[in-house]
Design a protein around this ligand. Structure first.
Ligand code: AMP
Length: 120
């Protein structure tokens, strides 16, 4: 899948549309999901042009990969869900119903998350 520079997260990264930022480092940005599915629902994205985890892990630098993972951990700690628990999730492609074609890791928490994979 080719990277689409018009996707909504690319526009957020360019500052063309706003986001509710919770954390940023050199290579990653974290902001609240616009339609939260849990009391804590934050999206963590690389600042680079990566469609998916496969693309990112094959093409990103070690610094970019470290920054993304460190951002995920920081977001969970700062959200106060380290003890109660949380779920991280990244969708890719049609079977996962990915909506935005820029790699993003969801961080969900603040309530019981239910079973791991819905059956429908
Ligand atoms: P996915 O289905 O994994 O591609 O998830 C895309 C997520 O992006 C959804 O949870 C949307 O609610 C969220 N989203 C879409 N547009 C925005 C936006 N402008 N700001 C924050 N979150 C957004």
């Amino acid at each position: 899948m080719a990277y689409d520079d018009q996707n909504i997260f690319a526009k957020i990264l360019r500052g063309e549309i706003p986001c509710d930022k919770v954390y940023e480092n050199d290579h990653a940005l974290a902001f609240r999901d616009i339609a939260p599915q849990a009391p804590v629902h934050v999206l963590v994205i690389p600042k680079g042009r990566y469609v998916s985890m496969a693309d990112f892990s094959a093409n990103a630098s070690d610094a970019e990969m470290a920054a993304l993972l460190r951002a995920v951990g920081k977001v969970a700690r700062d959200a106060g869900v380290e003890d109660t628990g949380y779920r991280i999730l990244a969708n890719h492609g049609p079977d996962s119903r990915q909506e935005v074609p820029h790699l993003h890791i969801h961080v969900f928490g603040g309530r019981d998350m239910g079973g791991m994979i819905p059956q429908s």
